[in-house]
Design a protein. Sequence first.
Length: 253
Amino acid sequence: MPSPELQRIHAFMSAFARRQAARVVDLPGGFAAYDDAFSHSHANNQVVIDTDVDTEALPALADEALGHLPHRLISVLDDATGAACAESLGRAGYTHSTLLVMVHEGPVPAGGSAEVVDLDALREPLARRWRGFLPDVDGEVIRHLVERREARRRGADVVHFIGSRTDEGDVASWADLYLDPATGTAQLEDLMTAEDHLRRGHADAVVATALRLAAAQDCGTRFLTAFAADWPRHWYERRGFSVIGRTHCFERS
């Protein structure tokens, strides 16, 4: 049984996906979230499983829900349910990734030189970073990956884009901050740094500022997710985040 804090985080993540979506269809075990305006964004067009589900029926359920799209993305919030889904989804051709739910413990860093910015300040550096990650996709895909950030404003009561600027005023590193003061929950999401500004402290400034803003809104549960098999998890651990749970992501082209 997940801890009360982890249950609260799961509820926050489920509610965010519902609120962000342009359209939601309830399914056995969860729901499908859609946004036709960002059809190239997997995160905006996916199946979310947030309760018990028939694992053998899940591949067909996802095919029916996402059959109009060239991709399949299934997010399973509960660790045990996700592990139970792995075999049937693996047979159906899905790749499986585990994400760590990490909460910030210890004192909130003092200061933080980053600031709340608008999407206009992020468009150019964000598009440039995505082109580096995905050099072979067309401009429409990049546009969706950039502009989908605007839809995230619907996902929580308070949504901030946090940016750390260079001396010249360019945004060098950025992340989203989602706040639900009513439940005391905050999520830091999608931290990125422009390639030519890596290892200059900008990401630290973004994280410190986000934690400070969350604490100012009385959000005692401050969390993020990080891929279990990738290096950023260790970077976050060195900054006071620790693992309290796991969620699962299944993808198929």
